[in-house]
Design a binder for this molecule. Structure first.
Ligand SMILES: Cc1cc2nc3c(=O)[nH]c(=O)nc-3n(C[C@H](O)[C@H](O)[C@H](O)COP(=O)(O)OP(=O)(O)OC[C@H]3O[C@@H](n4cnc5c(N)ncnc54)[C@H](O)[C@@H]3O)c2cc1C
Length: 393
């Protein structure tokens, strides 16, 4: 019999990955606690847009549908049906279209707070999930059959399985003694919401510049959310520009594909690092999302990878529960690690490869990447494969 501070699973971190895991486990008879330090934003002015915006794949959408959160997200989701990728250093250009696959769209653009609120509403209706917020972890301790979690406010919880969904500075990872490899991309990503002269045509746009990729993501209200990765000096310089000069610089960097940039909201910089944890699991501990891998945002895959972790970990745990196996045991947890590590690593390496390839000013490489882009553009079956992979189908 569990008392109210004893849980089968304690998830530290209620970002999108932690919340999704709680929602995915919530329909079972496992008792789950989720701890989050930050109070979520659940109300906002109707015409405002969150600076944190994500391109959500079809596979991630499937997870949200399964846990019952998608209907609340859909009215705020901007579908993107096409994707255009081109190189500033030549004539390489690829056009991906959902119509070529006979699909209605490639994915959706969603504000982080919209996803968060929909997941919180689902969790509020799950009797096996208890949410602690605001709650910050102060310390952890070993128990014979689990872990002790001490909160800053003096409360103590016990877990048979401790899950670290606590982001790139994961305390759970440190506690588990799992080594993390960290390297700096030497870039910062600027995010902002912008208005353009012409409509975005429900297309996600990405131009590769020598200083880093520039993406325009189509929002449901007609504006675009930009992610402009650049060398740190260049990003700082762009941040310092006043709005008219920044809009001009942005329009030029984007080759005015949507006409001129007419307005720009607040601009925020995120330093970009690559991180990967040597292990995802330890006795009675599992890591998910950015706690185990942080990748370059150039293809907008970070949260989508975290949601794949969620799907895999939830199915491993629910299956083990059904078979009456110990959900915290290493053989069970290693099944999750084996299923996810290769995919996460391959995606990280692919992102790194793109970043380096497109940053190169070496003439044969520039020729090869433009040739490659045009070659792929002409090969519909290859494009279809890439689109299916990007959609997670
Ligand atoms: C500029 C930029 C653009 C991006 N664009 C995309 C995109 O288009 N698509 C995409 O898929 N991904 C994108 N990403 C990546 C994405 O932001 C991350 O992969 C994702 O947010 C990771 O989610 P998470 O829940 O694992 O971690 P986080 O979002 O970091 O959440 C961790 C949570 O844990 C809480 N926490 C931490 N420590 C404690 C503690 N001790 N006690 C209690 N709570 C704690 C934190 O408050 C936080 O809420 C982008 C990233 C950047 C930088």
């Amino acid at each position: 019999m569990m008392t109210n501070n004893e849980f089968d699973i304690v998830i530290v971190g209620g970002g999108l990955v932690g919340l999704s895991l709680a929602a995915a486990l919530g329909a079972s008879d496992l008792s789950v606690a989720i701890l989050e330090a930050r109070q979520p934003v659940v109300d906002w002015p109707a015409d405002s847009i969150d600076l944190r915006v994500y391109a959500i794949t079809r596979e991630s959408q499937n997870l949200f549908e399964r846990v019952g959160a998608w209907p609340a997200m859909l009215p705020k989701a901007g579908p993107f049906r096409d994707m255009r990728v081109w190189d500033s250093g030549g004539n390489g250009d690829i056009h991906f279209s959902s119509a070529d696959l006979g699909e209605p769209y490639l994915g959706h653009i969603l504000e982080s707070r919209v996803i968060e609120k929909a997941l919180l509403d689902v969790i509020a209706g799950l009797s096996h999930v208890q949410r602690f917020c605001p709650a910050t972890v102060k310390a952890f301790g070993d128990l014979a059959d689990g872990h002790r979690i001490e909160l800053e406010d003096g409360r103590t919880l016990r877990a048979r399985l401790l899950v670290g969904a606590d982001g790139k500075h994961s305390k759970v990872r440190d506690y588990a003694g799992i080594h993390v490899h960290i390297s700096d991309y030497g870039q910062q990503a600027m995010v902002a919401v912008v208005a353009t002269e012409r409509a975005h045509a429900e297309t996600a746009w990405q131009r590769f510049l020598p200083t880093g990729p520039l993406a325009f993501l189509p929002l449901a209200d007609g504006r675009s959310s930009i992610v402009w990765s650049a060398t740190s000096d260049e990003a700082e310089r762009l941040l310092e520009l006043d709005e008219p000069n920044f809009c001009t610089a942005l329009g030029e960097a984007f080759e005015q594909r949507l006409g001129s940039v007419t307005a720009c909201g607040e601009r925020v910089l995120f330093p970009l690092q690559r991180q990967y944890a040597e292990h995802y699991v330890a006795p009675r501990i599992a890591l998910v999302g950015d706690a185990s891998h942080v990748i370059h945002p150039l293809a907008g895959q970070g949260v989508n990878l975290g949601l794949k972790d969620v799907r895999e970990l939830a199915s491993t745990l629910l299956d083990s529960r059904k078979r009456e196996r110990d959900i915290g045991s290493l053989p069970v947890l290693r099944r999750y690690e084996r299923a996810r590590k290769g995919d996460n690593m391959a995606t990280m390496l692919a992102m790194d490869g793109f970043k380096h390839l497109f940053a190169s000013r070496i003439a044969p490489l520039r020729w090869a990447r433009n040739f490659g882009l045009n070659l792929v553009d002409a090969a519909q079956p290859v494009k279809n494969q890439i689109m299916r992979a990007a959609m997670g189908l």
